[in-house]
Design a protein. Structure first.
Ligand code: NAG
Ligand code: NAG
Ligand code: NAG
Ligand code: NAG
Ligand code: NAG
Ligand code: NAG
Ligand code: NAG
Ligand code: NAG
Length: 829
């Protein structure tokens, strides 16, 4: 099956490589798009606030489903002299580029009298892309601009829909602006701590794709009003004066923000917001702002900071208090978050107002700490659910997992995350490993860009101490690495990620290798580097990627691996590199079997066993013959290490064992869970977590299990596979996947069981060509013949060949197909 025709397929060793859209360094400067600026009810274009608004009478780039043209020549603003009036549900259909981003929509309403009807009196609803954004909206007497931010996912068009209230005057609109924002305006998959007036709720919420945003307040603290022309995203910001509740000793300050990849960008908030601040001048009072909000409503609260007050190096421990209401306290440590003064950043919270009709935030000093206390900006946005979600209640037991997951993205390691224990999901845990009770301060909120690396990984970065207990024979001189990679020739880069770059290199003896060079200040730190070397120099297996050497000279963190020509498994399923031919079911099973062998060896092969902790489709690499090898042992753990010192969760979104999250119980069965998700990726050819999908579909495991249990698996399968899989093989596979994804480790199979089942599924698939037995009298449960098979205890199986022998023997168990075939023949058609 493997041929050498895919010479372009050089992407390899993409260790944890997940080039997130928020990796700001590789991101081009955002430019406000040309589209859409629409002058409603007009044939002509008009310049207004720096943009050309195009008449909607004969549109070419969008469509309008109806409405009447109306004039209001009395208006003193040209754009408001025309409008489109709707006496029934009407929409504008606009195009989107489907790039998983957000659209900012700004609607202009300037009331007037139309055919004797006073439109100030109209009430109507507005929805955009299935988000109900305004309901029973009444413009009032003066012009109003309403803006919204909507996650647009992979949609290539969306509708702005107006529905007049029953018995009310018609709906109308004077102008529409709709343009895509930077895709990292809300960071994908990053969760945010949730706060109520009573304090921390203990939950974290992923807001990026689940909600529409209706901005309520944008405040330029300590500064003046900012009009649309001064904000790239055409937002307006107002001074904070009116909202200061307890006006204590504070003063306006101004300075110069310095934008770096460590913090937020000038599209997160305009430079003018970061340029001004209020600084608290007394260390014995708090400064409080109070905003009127609706009760029982969820808001995203985003606080913007830029410490231009501290000089020189900022002490990472210096900080001040930021309160949401009175009970939630977050210590803001600029030196820890962005490392240097003048670099802007923001911190997000989700606030549930519950019974309160105000949202209060305060800043205050920490005694004995001389960090200046300040605030630059605030945004408060109402979170609006998608109608699909609302229909569904969004309350399925399982679906909570998508929401209430997990802490902060560690920039460099892509989606590997590190979470200080933040929550307890209220489920049973073993007595020996009690759940850790949430402490508000321990929830890691999100800061600026995700290239902010976490507390746990970064502090060792600058130390270049010699590595302990490492296999020195694997140590390469830096000069050799330079030689192998032609001094890190950019042309040899075959992979890139938060950790740095991977180069294709050639050793003096002609051996082709992959050279992964950790970059300072990025992602994987020294602990991961050391772990990877320790693990890989200790074990060797046909299905684990081979470490050829490392280099730690000059505080470099370089790893040299065997070259894996065909890249990651993910690339072949749905990755960027669409040029790979589709894999057949046989090939997919063979790849899974190889990976299972590698993991089985990892779990049982060396003393005490090793837990990989980051099993995912980007960590399974394929060589030129499509032989799979497991890679990336940076966060793996020796099983015999005492757990007590571990107090944070590591792993990747979408693959994390729920029991591990709940109970901090990390076992080899956590890898089995993650591998179960990989098996679903193999079947369905989609990512483990896709936050651009509706909430119910975002998490692959939840979504697929639901379909499997409802016997609707064809609906989720890779369409390429439909009709090609022997139903018995599929059934065996699904049954095993379901067991891998059980809630508790005890219910999950071990890797050797998985191996056995995969081999069996392959066997059944290969039998396809042979005539199927038919036995209409047999309708026994599927599990019956399987349970009769006696298995060897898995701990007696430590190497590849005995595994092989065993599984061959087992797979030749007679005539299971007799049982299966009749049951499944109908489904196959
Ligand atoms: C136009 O009129 C509105 C009141 O209808 C007023 O608030 C606004 O300031 C005026 N704008 C200009 C540019 O004169
Ligand atoms: C969005 O995707 C299209 C192609 O699908 C591409 O041409 C365009 O440049 C992308 N836009 C952005 C902002 O990335
Ligand atoms: C329209 O109605 C609003 C309030 O209902 C009122 O304030 C306004 O004066 C009316 N406008 C006209 C032109 O009648
Ligand atoms: C507008 O509504 C107000 C109260 O809702 C009513 O008093 C007024 O008569 C209405 N005006 C018109 C023109 O319908
Ligand atoms: C701070 O600046 C704003 C805007 O320039 C101004 O309105 C306000 O009076 C200033 N406050 C103080 C305390 O100087
Ligand atoms: C600041 O506010 C917090 C929360 O309300 C409160 O606990 C603290 O005592 C206040 N500090 C001062 C100096 O008033
Ligand atoms: C918020 O501040 C206001 C004062 O503006 C106060 O009346 C209210 O009780 C505070 N709300 C909460 C929930 O603390
Ligand atoms: C804060 O205190 C440290 C030592 O405690 C001192 O070195 C530093 O200069 C102080 N910073 C300011 C801004 O006062």
């Amino acid at each position: 099956m493997a041929t050498s025709t895919f010479s372009f397929s050089l992407i390899i060793l993409l260790f944890s490589l997940f080039i997130t859209s928020s990796h700001s360094q590789s991101q081009p400067q955002y430019v406000l798009p040309q589209r859409y600026f629409i002058n409603c009810g007009s044939q002509s274009s008009i310049e207004y606030t720096g943009r050309t608004f195009i008449g909607d009478e004969n549109p070419t780039q969008f469509s309008v489903s109806g409405g009447q043209v109306a004039n209001n020549l009395a208006s003193n603003t040209s754009i408001y002299q025309t409008a489109r009036v709707f006496d029934k549900k009407t929409w504008y259909e606009l195009q989107a580029d489907g790039n998983n981003t957000f659209v900012m929509v700004r609607l202009h309403f300037s009331p007037f009298t139309f055919n004797g009807i006073n439109l100030s009196n109209s009430t109507f609803d507005v929805s955009i892309s299935r988000f109900a954004l305004l309901s029973g909206f009444n413009v009032g007497d003066v012009p109003v601009v309403k803006d919204f931010i909507i996650p647009i996912g992979s949609e290539t068009s969306f509708r702005v829909e107006f529905t007049p209230g029953s018995g009310s005057s018609p709906a109308f609109v004077n102008a529409i602006e709709a343009f895509t924002t930077p895709s990292d305006l809300f960071r994908q998959g990053v969760s945010v701590p949730s706060v109520s007036p009573d304090g921390d709720t203990g939950n974290t919420i992923i807001v990026s794709s689940s909600y529409g945003f209706v901005p309520r307040y944008r405040i330029n603290v300590g500064g003046d009003a900012i009009v649309v022309e001064r904000d790239t995203l055409r937002r307006t910001w107002v001074p904070d004066e009116a909202y200061i509740f307890a006006s204590q000793a504070a003063t306006n300050r101004s300075g110069t923000p310095v934008f770096t990849s460590a913090g937020s960008s000038s599209t997160d908030a305009p430079t003018d917001v970061y340029r001004t601040a209020q600084e608290l001048t007394s260390r014995s009072v708090n400064l409080t702002w109070s905003f009127k909000v609706n009760s029982n409503q969820m808001y995203l609260l985003r606080a913007h900071f830029c410490d231009f007050l501290s000089q020189g190096l900022v002490d990472p421990n210096a900080g001040f208090n930021f309160f949401v209401y009175t009970h939630h306290k977050k210590v803001i440590q600029p030196g820890n978050i962005v490392k240097q003064p003048q670099v802007p950043f923001y911190v997000d919270f989700v606030v549930n107002s519950v019974a309160s009709e105000s949202l209060n935030v305060s800043i205050g000093a920490i005694s004995g700490n001389n960090q200046s206390v300040f605030l630059n900006g605030l945004e408060i946005m109402e979170l609006v659910e998608n109608l699909d979600m609302a229909d569904n209640g969004g309350s399925g037991k399982k679906s909570n997992k998508v929401y209430i997951v997990v802490g902060c993205v560690v920039g460099g390691v892509g989606l590997v995350l590190v979470l200080l224990l933040g929550f307890y999901i209220g489920s049973k845990c073993g007595k020996t490993k009690p759940a850790v009770v949430a402490k508000p301060d321990n929830v890691v909120p999100s800061y600026g860009r995700s290239s902010y690396t976490s507390i746990n990984m970064d502090f060792t970065m600058n130390h270049a101490s010699p590595l302990p207990n490492l296999n020195l024979s694997l140590r390469f001189p830096f000069a050799d690495i330079l030689h192998a990679t032609n001094s890190f020739d950019e042309k040899l880069v075959i992979g890139k990620g938060g950790f740095g770059k991977v180069y294709k290199g050639t050793l003096p003896d002609g051996m082709v290798v992959a050279v992964k060079r950790g970059e300072k200040g990025h992602g994987q730190g020294r602990p991961e580097f050391v772990t990877e070397i320790m693990v890989l120099s200790k074990i060797r297996h046909r299905h684990l990627v081979t470490l050829i050497g490392y280099c730690d000279e000059r505080s470099e963190m370089i790893l040299v691996y065997e070259f894996m020509e065909k890249g990651t498994l993910q690339d072949h399923l749905y990755g960027e590199n669409k040029n790979y031919p589709k894999l057949s079911w046989n090939q997919r099973l063979e790849i899974c079997i190889s990976a299972t062998r590698g993991l089985h060896y990892l779990h049982t092969g060396s003393d005490g066993g090793i837990i990989h902790r980051d099993v995912k489709s980007t960590n399974i690499l394929l060589n030129e013959n499509y032989v799979a090898k497991v890679a990336d042992f940076g966060i793996s753990r020796l099983d015999n290490v005492d757990e007590s010192e571990i107090s944070y969760i590591k792993g990747s979104f979408g693959y994390l064992d729920p029991e591990y999250i709940r109970c901090m119980k990390l076992t080899q069965k956590s890898d089995v869970y993650s591998f179960g998700v990989v098996l679903l990726e193999v079947l369905c050819a989609r990512p483990a977590l896709d936050n651009m999908l509706p909430q119910r579909e975002a998490n692959l495991a939840d979504w697929a299990i639901r379909h499997i249990q409802n016997e609707k698996v064809e609906a989720i399968m890779d369409s390429y596979l439909v009709g090609t899989i022997n139903p018995n093989s599929l059934r065996k596979f699904l049954n095993m996947v379901e067991r891998c994804l059980k809630d508790t480790g005890d219910e999950r199979p071990s890797m050797i069981d998985v191996l056995w089942d995969l081999e069996y599924a392959l066997k059944l698939q290969q039998m396809e060509k042979e005539p199927l037995y038919e036995d209409s009298t047999m309708n026994t449960s599927l599990e019956l013949p399987m349970s009769m098979i006696h298995r060897l205890p898995s701990n007696s199986i430590n190497n590849d060949s005995s595994v092989n022998d065993y599984s061959v023997a087992a797979a030749s168990y007679p005539s299971e197909s007799q049982v299966f075939s009749q049951l499944n023949i109908d489904e196959a058609r």
